[in-house]
Design a protein around this ligand. Structure first.
Ligand SMILES: *Cc1c(COP(=O)(O)O)cnc(C)c1O
Length: 460
């Protein structure tokens, strides 16, 4: 294949795609098996011309994709790309270097150290935490839970009955991390939440005290700033003080809302970060750095390395005593050169434009929340937090027991419109619809369109 010609064409295709994305149906109209049925059962024996491969991409694959970069994206959390990030990804895959050891590409490691320090300062993360880029928050949290488990084992011995604490609003990756780290069901505590769905520090303190009284060892506490269901904010300082008092490892999951910490007036939600043993946030959600790019900040690096560093002869180098080898900071050995796209975004956008976007999304969240509050047929189901609004439709006279089914059907209708995409969740046992604002190009007119679609679906 002629790489140069095809690559030029592909860049034009991507630019056209992104420019015209609003004209597309955001969700595909496909049933399970519709795509695979069109694909041959065997890989070809002979190579095929790229035009034919790309024609199949356009005819078979593209119609089965969800358009995540659509500005009417209000589902999950947005996963933004951006022009500088796309170029960084392209360059990174062109180079295809590994950032596993300093010696395998010194500039890749040193750029990662530099951009992580830039991000640490932008986010207001205390200086005693050192940063590393990971693929996802799930991996970062798993690493943190394993590091915390090991620290508890070192303190109390492998036979100790160690305990893990998180609220019932924590992301599924948190419970999965505890499971993968070997905590048994009886070693997991689900800390109750208050009326804002934030972890209750007093409940955490009580649970830990009774575990200690029973001879168990509090090992790991995971709190969330900006929960996935409702963007609830666990009290970092209060819970961090309790965790530290018991010597438990304290991990802060700020995967989505962490980006908002670059805006000074949203920093209050992160108060107490200096108590954290580790903090994770995802530039691949709100900051326009292509998936995957998750930042993990670590407090006690020597203890961390005791878990993750293992150096066979073939990975030794003359500089090991003087350099950072990021393979020792996490699970995988091979590491993509992700710092490049982060650097491109930070330099090309500048911090002020990233802050402006987040401020605007938060404003739009509050605006949408005010429309929900102002309409008697709707009910807001959690405080508007950052740029997330949880709500449900409540027609006059409809019994509580019928509301879940009613709102599930309403959400199906909203998504079937093909114009916007939202998802639902369950808060305190009730089904609610989530309006998560955060796509890079979302403007007020997109949020209005979503409200219009919702109103049309209610009337239908
Ligand atoms: C999105 C999210 C995660 C998972 O992020 P990945 O990078 O996809 O693993 C974890 N926690 C919270 C609070 C999130 O919003």
């Amino acid at each position: 294949m002629n790489f140069r010609t095809e690559a030029h064409r592909l860049v034009d295709w991507i630019a056209d795609y992104l420019e015209s994305i609003e004209s597309r149906r955001i969700l595909p109209d496909v049933k399970p098996g519709d795509i695979s049925r069109q694909l041959p059962a065997h890989a070809p024996e002979e190579g095929e011309p790229f035009e034919r491969i790309f024609a199949d991409f356009e005819q078979v694959i593209l119609p089965g994709l969800v358009h995540w970069q659509h500005p009417n994206w209000f589902a999950y959390f947005a996963s933004n790309n951006s022009p500088p990030s796309l170029l960084g990804e392209m360059l990174s895959s062109g180079l295809a270097v590994h950032a596993m050891s300093w010696v395998t590409s010194p500039a890749a490691t040193e750029l990662e150290q530099t951009t992580m320090e830039w991000m640490r300062r932008l986010l207001g993360v205390p200086e005693h935490l050192k940063g590393v880029i990971q693929d996802t928050a799930s991996t970062a949290t798993l690493s943190a839970v394993i590091a915390g488990r090991d620290a508890a084992w070192r303190r109390s011995g492998r036979d100790a009955d160690i305990v893990f604490y998180a609220s019932n609003e924590a992301h599924s990756s948190v419970l999965k991390a505890a499971r993968l780290a070997g905590f048994r069901p009886d070693q997991l505590r689900s800390v109750p939440t208050d009326e804002t769905l934030a972890m209750r520090a007093d409940a955490l303190a009580n649970m830990m005290a009774s575990d200690v009284a029973a001879g168990r060892v509090p090992a790991v506490v995971v709190v969330t700033v900006g929960s996935t269901s409702s963007a609830a904010i666990d009290p970092v300082r209060a819970t961090g003080e309790i965790a530290r008092r018991h010597g438990a490892f304290f991990h802060v999951d700020a995967a989505w809302a962490g980006s908002a910490a670059i805006v000074p007036e949203f920093r209050a939600a992160f108060d107490g970060l200096e108590l954290a043993d580790s903090v994770v946030m995802n530039p691949h959600k709100w900051l326009g750095v292509n998936f995957d790019c998750s930042l993990l900040f670590i407090r006690d690096l020597p203890a961390w390395l005791e878990t993750f560093s293992l150096t066979p002869e073939y990975l030794k180098s003359a500089h090991d005593a003087d350099v950072v080898n990021y393979r020792d900071w996490g699970i995988p050995l091979g590491r993509r050169f992700r710092a490049l796209k982060l650097w491109f975004v930070l330099r090309s956008e500048g911090a002020e434009s990233l802050r402006a976007r987040i401020r605007e999304h938060v404003r739009l969240g509050e605006l949408f929340g005010s429309w929900v509050n102002g309409d008697a047929a709707f009910e807001r189901m959690a405080p508007v937090s950052f740029a997330l609004v949880c709500f449900r439709h409540r027609p006059a006279g409809m019994a509580e027991a019928a509301l879940d089914d009613h709102n599930r059907r309403l959400l199906d209708r909203i998504n079937a419109s093909g114009k916007v995409h939202l998802i639902g969740t369950v808060l305190r046992g009730r089904f609610v619809i989530r309006m998560a604002i955060g796509q890079r190009n979302t403007a007020e007119r997109n949020v209005r369109e979503a409200w219009d679609v919702i109103q049309q679906c209610v009337r239908a």
